[in-house]
Design a protein around this ligand. Structure first.
Ligand code: COA
Length: 421
């Protein structure tokens, strides 16, 4: 891995938290108030922290951090009711005084090799700007809906929904992180973080006073039956008094649910707070059941955003680690500029939901050709290989091969990651 002249790669443990916050606040243009400055120690996974520091006085003060990143280690649900070890790349920051010198490129190469060493066949991220990561092979693997529902929205009846228990409280990491862990572990939609270190959900509970902009402190709604929690939402309400009365707004920061009756009950609670006129809810799967339970679907304002970007780091382990919806037998020529071990022709043979992935040698032409970015886009089953072929991003050299691989890789539910990281 090449490192730009004048810098060196280092690990950043918690003793360098203030320096990490310094470079991050320069990259993302924020200044946390002094009294909140320790928040980074609660939400940053320092065990995986990496950085580039200045090694030559021509670049600045030797030993200062010029760039930093880290990654969460978790298991991500994938098609076929399975989960795969994943490196959740995050907090990618280059100080503006050191940008466009190749520091991000070095950090990505470092991230790939460390993730592979840890046995993580895929990396996933949320992009601050969508152009940045495509050059490194990340593909758009899931999309997320944002909906705005009017207070008092009517939902169709769903059996058992009204019998569930609802608890509303001030949100507390110590008290409620276990509820998130419990619910997430029973969710199976591809793209869900199902098994994680607690630090992964610490940011969801972050509630810095200076970021509230007049809204109340963070609250939590938990929907449960007698035995266990079934759904949760972290939210805040912002009251507003206008000439004709109350016009408050509910903003849902994050939510998750195991089953439809709990989702329906949760949505009813979120749209029935007194003095509120609407609720904004993000991280809605594009095929979510709630969209079918609205009595007036046209009454919901909706927008679709990009959600998770996936980078396949190890073709064989990644493709054998997920399940399949149909048999197939196709050869795929993969181009990978950063990880040459992935490049070349692979045979994808699927029988009864299980794939066997083998390297193909020889001169024969493969059925399909694609960049590793397209494999990442298709990986969670939310983007069809046929669509990518129609877009000219996958070349089909044997008629029907794109459809065959599409049907095998399809997911019966649209993928979505409901936790930001
Ligand atoms: C985005 C950021 C990480 C890039 O770091 P950097 O060290 O300047 O990037 P590099 O020098 O390694 O650039 C690598 C390539 O990506 C391109 N690139 C970098 N940032 C880009 C952006 N925001 N949009 C499009 N392309 C970008 C560069 O032009 C370069 O292309 P080239 O190889 O064709 O010349 C840095 O500008 C930053 O910290 N920005 C603010 C925080 C942020 O957005 N972080 C991402 C979090 S998801």
């Amino acid at each position: 891995m090449s490192i730009p002249a004048g810098y060196r790669l280092v690990s950043t443990d918690v003793s360098r938290a203030a320096e990490v916050l310094h470079v991050t606040s320069f990259a993302f243009a924020f200044t946390p108030p002094v009294k909140d400055a320790d928040f980074v120690t609660r939400i940053y996974p320092f065990e995986a922290g990496r950085a580039l520091e200045v090694a030559d006085a021509s670049r600045g003060s030797v030993g200062t951090l010029a760039a930093a990143h880290t990654s969460f280690r978790f298991r991500l649900a994938v098609p076929g009711d399975r989960a795969i070890p994943t490196a959740g790349l995050t907090w990618v920051s280059v100080h503006p005084g050191h940008r466009r010198r190749g520091l991000l490129t070095t950090m990505i190469a470092d991230h790939f090799s460390r993730s592979l060493e840890r046995g993580e066949p895929i990396s996933a991220l949320y992009a601050s700007e969508t152009e940045i990561y495509q050059r490194f092979g990340y593909g758009l693997a899931s999309r997320s809906g944002v909906i705005e529902l009017a207070n008092g929205t009517t939902f169709r009846d769903i059996a058992g929904s009204d019998d569930l228990i609802v608890e509303i409280d001030s949100a507390s990491f110590d008290k409620h992180a276990g509820i998130l862990r419990d619910v997430q572990s029973r969710m199976t939609r591809p793209g869900t973080i199902v098994d994680f270190e607690e630090v992964t959900v610490a940011e969801a509970f972050l509630d810095l006073e200076y970021e509230r902009e007049g809204a109340e402190e963070l609250r939590i709604v938990v929907v449960r039956d007698e035995d266990k929690p079934l759904a949760w939402a972290l939210l805040s309400r912002k009251g507003a008094w206008e000439l004709f009365g109350a016009n408050g707004k509910v903003t849902v920061k994050a939510w998750g649910s195991v089953e439809a009756r709990a989702t329906a009950r949760l949505m009813k609670v979120l749209t029935s707070f007194d003095l509120m006129s609407k609720a904004a809810i993000g991280h809605v799967p594009v095929d979510d059941e709630i969209l079918h339970l609205l009595a007036n679907p046209r009454g919901a304002r909706q927008a679709i955003l990009d959600n998770l970007w996936v980078r396949v780091l190890d073709v064989k382990a990644a493709l054998e680690g997920r399940g399949y919806a149909a048999d197939c037998d196709v050869t795929v020529d993969i181009a990978d500029a950063q990880l040459p071990d992935n490049a070349g022709v692979w045979r994808v043979a699927v029988r009864d939901g299980e794939a066997t992935i083998t390297r193909v040698t020889g001169n024969g032409e493969a059925d399909l050709a694609m960049n590793i970015q397209e494999l990442g886009a298709a990986y969670l089953g939310g983007t069809s290989v046929s669509t990518l072929a129609s877009a000219g991003l996958v070349s089909e050299r044997r008629a029907g091969a794109a459809g065959e691989l599409s049907r095998a890789m399809a997911s019966d539910r649209a993928p979505l990651c409901n936790l930001d990281f």
